[in-house]
Design a protein around this ligand. Structure first.
Ligand code: ARG
Length: 463
């Protein structure tokens, strides 16, 4: 890299060239080149606006727009020479433009600074990524609804404290996952509103003396509005922090789901099978089939939580307006985006392929005295106070544990030892089907409620 190239864009007041290590250390082109498309998009809109404002001629605008189109093609063909001496994506592209079209290239930066340029690029980039992530989230949510519909009447034990609590339907359990993701998608869409504001025009920090038309650039770039204050526009990265926060929550949800999948695929639970294509084997233990995808997703939580903390810490002590600290916003944000997109994609592919072992699930619910609450509720309907019925059923369960018998396996006379209020009709409530069907209200586990919730979920998804 020649010194001449190094000083081309800001070297006017410098009398010696940058230390070679400092140049490497302060450069961001190694990672921010990822935003080359948005950088070009922003520059083309800026040049178009400058021509309309009379700051550039139409010919100058055309040369800039076309030159940038060619640069985009060079980058995509792998022919572009990225230079660390030119520090970042912005100056690399601008310098190349000047190489190509001469002095007109040097006019592109009129009324603009890299400070509002980079803030604009990140927002455009994140907006594009949000659209892709939204699509993957929706695909996963659709898969959950389809599976929940299929498994609306499949019985499994519901857990509290990871101990068998009450029977639920597998469809109902899947819809709990769906609700988590529905809120994640709401948060994503809400975040997009604040991402989609345009900093361009703030220039370095105070605005510019040129007669720029921010509304026009805003329209060209599809932003919902401009950032209202130039100092705030170039300095705050709260939108990136917000994105990392919703990412941390979403990956936390995926991690909780993963934990259940890992448990359920174990030989001890054996509730579900994961197709081989989502698993790997062990190099030493021939019998192993490991649920790597959910395990890895569970593990990814750590890094996205880290990115959230990194960005919060990055921001916390920065005085207005732009500081070089902000260059550190990109790598955590990029990785948060990649991690979330990857986890969602893996899940969207995997969820429709889950194979429930319905008999095993059902048997697990049967063995765990899962209908004990139903018996207590039955006695309440017969006029016994709930605390007393709780005590009665507790004794019946103790007897069952002793005799290795579920409540539904006991005879009527056996059950009547604990309360003479128990009659023949008790067996209707002691069955697993009776138990889940009785919870027949909105948000309950009854198969009919699951089907109704799936229908509502489909409406919510298309919204
Ligand atoms: N590479 C820089 C960043 O990512 C671009 C803005 C630099 N602005 C400046 N005044 N040095 O934040």
């Amino acid at each position: 890299m020649s010194d001449q190239q190094q000083n081309q864009l800001w070297g006017g007041r410098f009398s010696e060239s940058t230390d070679a290590f400092v140049q490497e250390f302060t450069a961001s082109v190694g990672f921010d080149r990822r935003m080359y498309r948005q950088d070009i998009q922003g520059s083309q809109a800026h040049a178009t606006m400058l021509a309309e404002a009379g700051v550039l001629t139409d010919d100058e605008r055309d040369a800039i727009v076309q030159g940038l189109d060619e640069i985009r093609a060079e980058i995509e063909a792998g022919e572009f020479q990225w230079s660390v001496a030119l520090e970042d994506v912005h100056m690399n592209i601008e310098a190349r433009l000047t190489d190509k079209i001469g002095i007109t290239g040097k006019k592109l930066h009129t009324g603009r600074s890299r400070n509002d340029q980079v803030a604009t690029d990140i927002r455009l980039w994140l907006r594009d990524e949000i659209a892709l992530i939204d699509g993957e989230m929706t695909r996963l949510m659709t898969g959950l609804l389809d599976l929940a519909e299929r498994e609306a009447a499949t019985i499994m034990p519901g857990f509290t404290h990871l101990q068998t609590a009450q029977p639920v339907t597998f469809g109902h359990h899947l819809l709990a996952w769906f609700e988590m993701l529905k809120r994640d998608r709401e948060r994503l869409r809400d975040c997009r509103k604040r991402v989609n504001r345009m900093p361009l025009g703030a220039a370095a920090l105070a605005g510019t003396t040129y007669p720029i038309i921010r509304e026009r650039t805003c329209e060209l770039l599809g932003f919902d509005g401009v950032c209202e204050n130039s100092l705030d526009a170039v300095s705050d990265r709260d939108f990136a922090i917000e994105f990392c926060a919703l990412t941390a929550l979403c990956v936390t949800h995926l991690s909780r789901i993963s934990e259940e999948l890992v448990l359920w695929t174990s030989a001890q639970f054996n509730f579900i099978d994961l197709p081989d294509r989502f698993c790997t084997g062990s190099s030493i233990m021939p019998q192993k089939k490991n649920p790597d995808v959910p395990e890895l997703v569970r593990g990814k939580t750590g890094r996205v939580n880290g990115h959230l903390i990194a960005l919060l810490t990055l921001m916390k002590s920065q005085p207005l307006a732009y500081n070089k600290d902000n260059q550190e916003d990109k790598e955590p944000l990029y990785d948060a985006v990649d991690t979330l997109a990857g986890c969602l994609r893996a899940f969207a592919d995997m969820i429709p392929a889950l194979e429930p072992n319905r008999e095993v699930m059902r048997e697990a619910a049967r063995r765990g005295f899962a209908t004990a609450t139903d018996l207590a509720d039955y006695l309440v309907r017969k006029g016994i106070a709930f605390r007393d019925s709780h005590e009665i059923v507790g004794k019946a369960v103790a007897h069952g544990v002793d005799q290795k018998k579920d409540l539904s396996d006991m005879s009527l006379s056996e059950l009547r030892q604990f309360s003479d209020q128990i009659d023949e009709d008790v067996f209707e409530v002691l069955t697993l089907e009776g138990s889940v069907s009785a919870r027949n209200h909105i948000g309950g586990t009854a198969p009919d409620q699951v089907r109704a919730a799936v229908a509502r979920g489909r409406d919510a998804i298309s919204g």
